[in-house]
Design a protein around this ligand. Structure first.
Ligand code: NAD
Length: 349
């Protein structure tokens, strides 16, 4: 089985690349190497005979066609995207381009390629789109997202992912391209670019800086360890039904402020400078149109495919904190590339 994984130099994609190789698959990692990519994330497999890397932009049809032609994949796992909500407020057109146009190009190239395959490879081919629970919009105090929840995206990021999901479904219905979609909650774990909530808290705390919490910190998110997500994605690729959607979550929904306090408590155990770290928590202006609550009902993937998360949030946060403490060079090199951890995504009046 040879899997073409787009975005495999990013946070989740690299976890999928590492796990797919460990599981015995061959992998082609197609990535444009944007600001959030990091080839260090796949250094452990870079010399593996089952691994190949291709630097290409998913919006560049000729480049994507060449990757399909040269590597002849059996399946596509499409993760390449602009992924940070705050950046989508700063520059929404980048998200329209990468997430919508890029997905359309991937679908078109995959469609031509799939049509050219002989049986049984043609029937076995899969195009798996990796999406987010943010396409469903915000929940109130109660309820959970399911595969039937209507789309109601709020940010340019979630709207662009929703558009991509619609394109994938349309290519499935209109052209019979064999597609499957997953919508997952917030991921955390090693190798996450330090602009997202959990690595922001850890890396800023380790540097003795203030720990920004948006608004009053009462927004609720469900958290899933990235390796559990990678496991779920490979399970869906192998056994998911065509044209279906699977919601993936960690059954670990917590208020942001509580997650930040849990991280600070873990930091107090392993990073004695600047304790108690919670003293550095600073409430800052909220994100525009900040969705109040996300929670996932992941019973379909459990019932139909037997997948459940293995890593509890407390243990996963402890491991993640340790990883950032033990790998300061990883963050340092990102800082040296110009990442300054400044606040993004405030709409100017
Ligand atoms: P990331 O920003 O860490 O990685 C994205 C990768 O895509 C990078 O390596 C980047 O170079 C690549 N990329 C971006 N634009 C590209 C282009 N035009 N051509 C080729 N490569 C390009 O993001 P992530 O957090 O790993 O998210 C991966 C996917 O999972 C995204 O599709 C995201 O929407 C989805 N997702 C993320 C989360 C989460 O919590 N991070 C949750 C659910 C779904």
């Amino acid at each position: 089985m040879k899997i073409l994984i787009t975005g495999g130099a990013g946070f989740i994609g690299s976890a999928v690349v590492r796990k797919a190789i460990a599981d015995g698959a061959r992998v082609v990692n197609l990535d444009a190497l944007t600001y959030s990519a990091n080839l260090e994330n796949v250094a452990s497999v870079a010399d593996h005979p089952a691994y190949a890397f291709e630097q290409a932009d998913i919006c560049d049809r000729a480049a994507v066609e060449a990757v399909f032609r040269n590597h002849q994949p059996d399946a596509v796992m499409h993760l390449a995207a602009e992924s940070h909500v705050d950046r989508s407020v700063e520059g929404p057109l980048d998200f329209v381009r990468a997430n919508i146009v890029g997905t359309a190009v991937m679908l078109e190239v995959a469609r031509d390629y799939w049509a050219s395959l002989e049986e049984p490879r043609r029937s076995a081919f899969r195009f798996h789109h990796v999406s987010t629970d943010e396409v469903f919009g915000a929940l109130g105090e109660d309820g959970e997202f399911t595969e039937e929840t209507p789309y109601d995206p709020t940010s340019p990021y979630s709207a662009s992912k929703a558009a991509a999901d619609h394109l994938v479904r349309a290519w499935g219905r209109t052209f019979k391209l064999p597609v499957v979609i997953t919508n997952c909650s917030n991921n955390y774990g090693p190798y996450q670019f330090p602009e997202k909530l959990i690595p922001t808290v850890i890396t800023r705390a380790l540097e003795g800086k203030s720990i920004p919490v948006y608004g009053d910190g009462r927004q609720v998110r469900d958290w899933l360890h990235v390796e559990d997500h990678a496991d779920a994605l490979l399970t869906v690729l192998a056994n998911g039904k065509l044209d279906e959607t699977y919601c993936i979550g960690g059954d670990a929904d917590h208020r942001n402020i509580d997650v930040v306090r849990m991280i600070c408590a873990e930091l107090d155990k392993v990073a004695p400078a600047n304790t108690p770290h919670a003293d550095k928590i600073t409430f800052v202006t909220d994100r525009p149109a900040h969705d109040f609550r996300y929670a996932i009902d992941a019973s379909k993937i459990e019932r139909e495919l037997g997948w459940t998360p293995r890593v509890g949030l407390q243990a996963g946060l402890a491991e993640t904190v340790r990883w950032y403490v033990e790998n300061p060079g990883w963050t340092q090199r990102i800082r040296e590339r110009g990442f300054a951890s400044e606040r993004l995504g405030l709409v100017k009046a």
